[in-house]
Design a protein around this ligand. Structure first.
Ligand code: GLN
Length: 252
């Protein structure tokens, strides 16, 4: 078995090492004897979505996001068909915002792909912090780091998780990210998957089943170290409450 991972625009969208997520996908497949091919798609290049099993869309600054937006327009319909067909996507921060209708900054409105029915609006106070979520998809917390000026309004979409500690989508909605079909869109930056192997395996399993049928699955891995790291971080915030907008100044 083999999965092909498309890394979209690593030349523009790779803030805080979102690339680490690619390594995690690859390693956790290889450790199970499953081949992994990573296809970097540079800005302006064509994408054959039918050959991809997983797509990573990372985060970027507002400037980079605007550049990417231009390239994404050309592939919008193919990307949407891939998502509707159950294609696996991990979209992080700027990538998350780009899946929505628009990202309104102080000076302009960057049009998104409208694959998700969400909108994002910039506010001057950035939401920067460690974050801990409880996601109904997992029985262990999801831990990470967030840094965004945009506030994302997710309408009727299902959130990725409930914020236990941190800011999340808007700083006061109490929710973080979106789950839609086999898309996880989230503000959790950098090594989201190495920190949360349960999220990595969730996405890998969905990609395997889509490509190879319902019986395809993953053998468990000896993840003691990963689980210890994950629960150490979650434990550090276990007696804290999620941060409300009013307290942002105090915490940043
Ligand atoms: N430019 C977006 C924001 O600040 C996303 C930044 C990022 O990807 N970290 O909201």
């Amino acid at each position: 078995m083999k999965l092909t991972i498309g890394h979209l625009y690593p030349d523009l969208l790779n803030l805080y090492g979102d690339r680490g997520n690619i390594q995690c996908f690859r390693k956790r497949l290889e450790w199970r004897g499953i081949d992994a091919e990573v296809v970097p798609v540079l800005s302006g290049e064509k994408i054959d979505f039918s050959s991809l099993d997983i797509v990573l869309l990372g985060g970027g600054s507002d400037r980079e996001q605007e550049l990417v937006c231009g390239y994404l327009k050309d592939i919008r319909d193919d990307f949407q068909n891939y998502v509707e067909d159950g294609g696996v996507v991990l979209a992080v921060c700027g990538g998350y915002q780009l899946l929505g209708k628009y990202y309104k900054t102080q000076t302009k409105t960057i049009e998104g792909l409208s694959i998700l029915d969400i909108t994002t609006e910039w506010e001057p106070q950035r939401l920067v912090n460690n974050i801990v979520l409880n996601s109904p998809l997992f029985d262990t917390p999801v831990v990470g780091f967030e840094n965004h000026g945009g506030r994302t309004y997710i309408g009727n979409h299902t959130p990725f998780g409930k914020v236990f500690f941190g800011f999340g989508n808007t700083g006061d909605s109490g929710y973080e990210g979106v789950v839609y079909k086999n898309v996880i869109a989230t503000y959790l930056h950098g090594p989201l998957l190495p920190k949360n192997p349960q999220v990595c395996d969730y996405l890998l399993e969905r990609a395997l089943k889509r490509r190879y049928g319902p019986d395809a699955g993953l053998e468990p891995l000896p993840d003691e170290m990963e689980h210890r790291a994950n629960s150490y971080i979650a434990g550090r915030y276990s007696d804290k409450k999620y941060i409300l907008k009013e307290t942002i100044k105090k915490h940043t």
